[in-house]
Design a protein around this ligand. Structure first.
Ligand SMILES: Nc1ncnc2c1ncn2[C@@H]1O[C@H](COP(=O)(O)OP(=O)(O)OP(=O)(O)O)[C@@H](O)[C@H]1O
Length: 263
């Protein structure tokens, strides 16, 4: 028998109130979206701004309630109200590394706090050593533990966000535009790190991005969203070399044009 996917999302629908509407009407930000992420797989969700990518990500981590749809994790239903164990197993890394870290806490305390919230994975020995090890895992020097987020670069902050997520030994990391705010060279370093971690930690990732160049570097499979619906899905190679949907072709053309402008 084959294992169930690590994450399965089936028929997800999310609506929001239409702003300014007198009749309290709602619109569907996500309409019937279905996708899977297998163990050790990186699945990217791409699409233009407003296509519903972040809303899907927020549903997966339990930050947003869905109107309809079924989600499972390792074969078991994902309840709207998450257990501590599920909150630990599915971690999210956000776009803006600085604002996702508490500015008043030193980096060491930020990592330590994650363990205090999830004692089931807290290291048994001295915390200081474990913090240094957690930082080393994401390529940060020990002295970073004593610094505040404002004293770090954007790339270093994003590595701290990753260290905090990884300290909880998650099975799935949901990256929402996790490298979009970084310079291109720093982006490449963080993408390399994510690929390394996928191998060393056997991680799975749901990688939300509007940047097809980034997605090409990291994803095994790509899901294309437009106006709340999934319009195309396939291996990254297939989607990039022979997109079947007109919208995907337009996204790829737009990305190529941007690339040309940058050269
Ligand atoms: N909390 C909310 N209340 C009302 N409307 C919302 C809310 N969150 C998202 N939306 C709307 O739902 C639609 C999808 O938004 P979403 O953020 O999921 O798209 P996205 O593809 O991630 O876009 P972006 O790349 O710009 O973040 C948009 O029209 C957005 O304005």
């Amino acid at each position: 028998m084959t294992n169930p996917p690590l994450l399965s999302v089936d028929g997800l629908r999310v609506t929001f109130p239409v702003r300014g509407s007198l009749r309290r009407s709602r619109f569907a930000a996500v309409e019937g979206a279905s996708l899977t992420v297998e163990e050790n797989e990186i699945v990217a969700v791409v699409g233009e701004s407003g296509s519903g990518k972040t809303t899907v990500a927020r549903c997966v981590v339990g930050l947003q309630r869905a109107d309809a749809g079924v989600m499972t994790f390792a074969g078991s239903p994902l309840p709207a109200r998450r257990t501590a164990e599920l909150r630990r197993a599915i971690q999210m890394v956000f776009q803006d590394p600085r604002s996702s870290l508490n500015p008043r806490m030193r980096v060491g305390a930020i990592v330590d706090e994650a363990w205090s919230m999830h004692p089931s994975v807290a290291p048994p020995g001295p915390r200081a050593d474990a913090i240094v090890a957690a930082l080393a895992d994401v390529g940060l020097e020990p002295d970073v533990a004593d610094r505040y987020p404002a004293q770090l670069s954007g790339g270093q902050c994003q590595r701290v966000s990753l260290a905090r997520a990884l300290a909880l030994e998650p099975r799935l990391i949901v990256c929402d535009e996790a490298v979009s705010a970084l310079d291109v060279s720093v982006q490449a370093q963080v993408l390399r790190l994510l690929l390394e971690l996928r191998t060393t930690r056997r991680l799975s990732m749901l990688f939300i991005s509007h940047d097809l160049g980034v997605v090409h570097q990291i994803a095994d499979r790509v899901v294309v969203m437009r106006q709340g619906r999934i319009v195309e899905e396939g291996t990254a190679d297939a989607v990039f070399s022979a997109p079947s949907h007109e919208y995907t072709r337009a996204l790829l053309d737009a990305a190529l044009e941007l690339n040309d402008l940058g050269t």
